[in-house]
Design a protein around this ligand. Structure first.
Ligand code: 3HC
Length: 715
């Protein structure tokens, strides 16, 4: 930890430089502090880099200064270059990271970095340009630029291989993996991990080292070591980058830079790195990934909730229902060390649920990803009960039972009589009206939707559904709890299917129309997977199971609620008992224990006969039409969701789709993608498809039309 007593305002001597960088000479050491909260981003326009450059230049010319120590204020050394400045104009005359690092490489006095907390991207690269690195126990270093569709562009691709070898550097840079202080020490990245006070001890370290001579150890002067044959290594790395990172432009360029590090001079390597980052910053992929970086953070900000909104402590949780969802939900809390009581009135289901949780953890232990102690700790805080009254001490109850309003209302009515007045009552419903559920309780302000996605212990998305009467405290508590259990929370409003499922219904309906008009399920899946989705719509249906949708359709039919064009193909599959992967067949066939879809000619025959039953003449549908229509279905519905205020902002929808529905991150989510191709092109496209045979279901969202007319975007 940095000692606040040693913040520069308390130091003797001259203070100066810019506000975002402070510089003081203490004895013979020039102390340079980066002070740009919250993460000490290395902003050009705010003058952070100019401040650093000025400080180093000043000490470089000062005979009193024998060495420098660079450190960060707050908990971070630096989170890297200021991502919000990418692609934006720079304030003229301000130094850039390249200017700073190039100068640092000429300095003849030792420069030491004291790393604290997350030290990322350009921040880590700045430290690699220093001659020594000291770190606190809490330090994490990483070059996560790849996740933003770029590469380390401040010498990281050239300096890191010179410290840890080409193979390890490539691995760290293409994965963006986080490296702890201890690991960094064992890799040779960090010279010493400091247990006590980082700033005090770093100053002592420098003083001690100066006494015995502290050479200027420039990383740029080292050579790059390779553990394997360089040619073979680069050829293999190229193959991996092409295959594993399909759609992502940066990994291949990273390989090119590592190749340059091995085979050219440092100076040439830096030029190649620079050219590559400059090109990557301009790509749509990088723009999309950067959009998602900010969108995920923006999603934490909820209208009507501020830092001052009080939050409740959630110290124990009950989950009602020991089925697949209930057990998955319970595991999230157990993983975070929060005790869980799982309640199921059926003794057998309860035992099975608890057994499933145990088995899941044991398999993680067997894979070496969980220690036996952590396993014991997690199952040790899990209890089961068949009595609803077991929830009485819980701070939060999450109901995860069958998706039926009457059942849920009965449970909420009963819960209301058992739980303490401050408890939050959450439902995991994916479609039902939460206001209706809340209405049967005496405390509708305590009722909220926590819509987990299956498998609930794996999927990171959590829709936090704010009902009409949900209190701000309950929303704030749920958002902060979601972070604690490592979810990506997005606050949404109540409507059928909320944001994610409401949009997916229009997308799946369009996919069904496509196969009825002439495509086959495998063509649709292939087109959308080539676009970058993790899974096409029909593979997704097979994974989720076709039976639930069938039951809903039967109910809606009997209630006369089906008004739009109806596609009977999934009904025909269900009539044969083909419910998807779980029955070995659905839109595809699956061999026992396998998830690999095999095209079933019988399904093709069912599809073709369904078209002729509707009197349709099947036609060839090209991949671009498939992609267009599926994306337009998402975008159009997304626009209506925005107009209704069910989602707070377009970027929240993007977060939902990237985190929960396998939307390719490098396309930024459906709403960002819409802006990439142009909203007017989306409207024109929808209008064009509406004029085709069987296209009369298309109706441009009035909100989308308005935006186009006013030449506005979703923002
Ligand atoms: N640039 C601009 N803003 C940044 C930023 C950055 N590099 N890193 C974080 N922020 C902002 C966030 O947007 C957020 O803003 P908000 O409060 O207005 O929403 C705020 O700082 C706090 O961020 P987090 O909520 O993420 O804070 P955490 O404490 O949870 O995490 C962190 C801190 C681990 C540093 C995390 O923010 C992070 O991973 N940041 C990005 C790291 C990164 O990708 N660095 C590489 C940048 S590109 C680069 O350096 C190019 C170079 O090679 C030339």
């Amino acid at each position: 930890m940095l000692n606040s007593a040693l913040e520069l305002k308390d130091l003797n001597g001259e203070t100066g430089m810019s506000e975002v960088v402070s510089y003081e000479v203490r004895g013979s050491i020039g102390l340079i502090q980066i002070n740009n909260p919250p993460v000490n981003a290395l902003s050009v326009n705010k003058g952070v880099l100019q401040g650093l450059l000025d400080a180093i230049k000043s000490g470089d010319h000062d005979p009193q200064v024998s060495a420098f120590l660079i450190f960060g204020s707050g908990k971070n050394f630096s989170g890297g270059a200021d991502i919000s400045e990418f692609g934006k104009p720079k304030v003229p005359g301000m130094a850039t990271l390249s200017d700073l690092l190039a100068y640092m490489d000429t300095v003849t006095k030792p420069i030491v970095a004291a790393l604290s907390g997350p030290t990322m991207g350009g921040g880590f690269e700045l430290s690699l340009t220093c001659h020594y690195r000291l770190a606190s126990q809490e330090t994490i270093v990483a070059l996560p630029e790849v996740k933003l569709g770029i590469l380390p562009g401040a010498g990281g691709t050239q300096r890191l291989p010179r410290i840890i070898g080409a193979e390890q550097a490539l691995e760290l840079i293409t994965s963006g993996a986080f490296v702890s202080a201890q690991e960094a020490k064992s890799l040779g990245i960090v010279d010493e991990v400091i247990d006590g006070n980082l700033l005090e001890d770093s100053i002592k370290w420098i003083k001690r080292a100066l006494r015995s001579g502290l050479p200027v150890a420039r990383v740029s002067e080292r050579s790059v070591k390779t553990a394997t044959d360089p040619k073979e290594f680069i050829a293999k790395a190229t193959g991996v980058a092409e295959k594993k990172w399909r759609g992502y432009p940066a990994p291949l360029r990273i390989v090119e830079c590592i190749d340059a590090a091995i085979n050219t001079s440092f100076k040439e390597g830096i030029q190649i790195e620079r050219k590559n980052i400059e090109e990557l910053i301009l790509t749509n992929e990088s723009k999309s990934l950067r959009h998602l970086f900010f969108a995920e953070r923006q999603a934490n900000k909820v209208v009507g909730i501020s830092k001052e909104t009080p939050t409740a402590k959630i110290q124990n949780v009950s989950v009602i229902g020991a089925g697949t969802m209930g057990t998955g939900i319970a595991m999230n809390f157990l993983n975070a060390g929060i005790p869980v009581t799982i309640v199921d009135t059926n003794d057998e289901t309860l035992k099975k649920g608890i057994d499933t949780i145990n088995k899941n953890y044991l398999s993680t232990v067997a894979k070496g990803k969980l220690s036996a102690e952590d396993h014991d700790r997690r199952v040790g805080i899990l209890t089961g009960s068949t009595q609803l009254s077991a929830v009485s001490d819980s701070d939060l109850v999450v109901e995860a039972v069958y998706e039926e309003m009457k059942i849920k209302q009965t449970i909420f009515r009963e819960l209301d009589s058992f739980v303490k007045p401050t408890a939050i009552l959450a439902t995991n419903t994916s479609t039902l009206d939460i206001d209706e559920i809340a209405s049967v309780t005496q405390r509708p302000e305590q009722v909220i939707g926590l819509h987990f996605f299956s498998p609930a212990n794996v999927m990171r998305l959590l829709e936090v559904v704010r009902a009409e009467k949900t209190s701000p405290e309950v929303v704030a508590t749920s958002m902060s709890l979601a972070k604690k259990i490592k979810k990506i929370p997005v606050c949404v409003g109540v409507c059928d299917g909320f944001v994610g499922n409401r949009m997916i219904h229009t997308y799946l309906r369009e996919a069904e129309y496509l196969i009825e008009e002439g495509a086959l399920p495998q063509q649709v899946d292939h087109a959308i997977e080539s676009f970058g989705f993790a899974m096409g719509p029909f593979r997704m249906c097979d994974l989720a199971g076709l039976d639930i949708g069938w039951a809903i359709r039967k109910r809606k039919k009997s209630e006369g609620l089906i008004s739009k064009r109806y596609v009977s193909i999934p009904d025909h599959l269900c009539e044969r008992g083909w419910f998807g992967q779980k029955t070995g067949g659905g839109y595809y066939t699956y061999e026992a224990g396998s998830r690999v879809p095999i095209v079933n000619p019988e399904v093709s025959a069912i599809v073709e006969s369904a078209s002729s039953q509707q009197g349709m003449i099947r036609r060839t549908i090209e991949a671009n039409e498939i992609v267009d229509r599926l994306m337009f279905a998402l975008i159009n519905e997304g626009a209506e969701i925005l107009a209704e205020g069910v989602a707070q902002r377009a970027s929240d929808i993007d977060v939902i789709y990237a985190a929960g529905y396998g939307f390719p991150r490098y396309r930024g989510g459906p709403m960002f993608y819409a802006q990439t191709i142009g909203l007017s092109n989306v409207v024109e496209g929808i209008e064009r498809y509406s004029k085709q045979d069987h296209g009369d279901h298309w109706e441009v969202s009035p909100f989308l039309s308005q935006l186009v007319q006013k030449n506005q975007t979703f923002e």
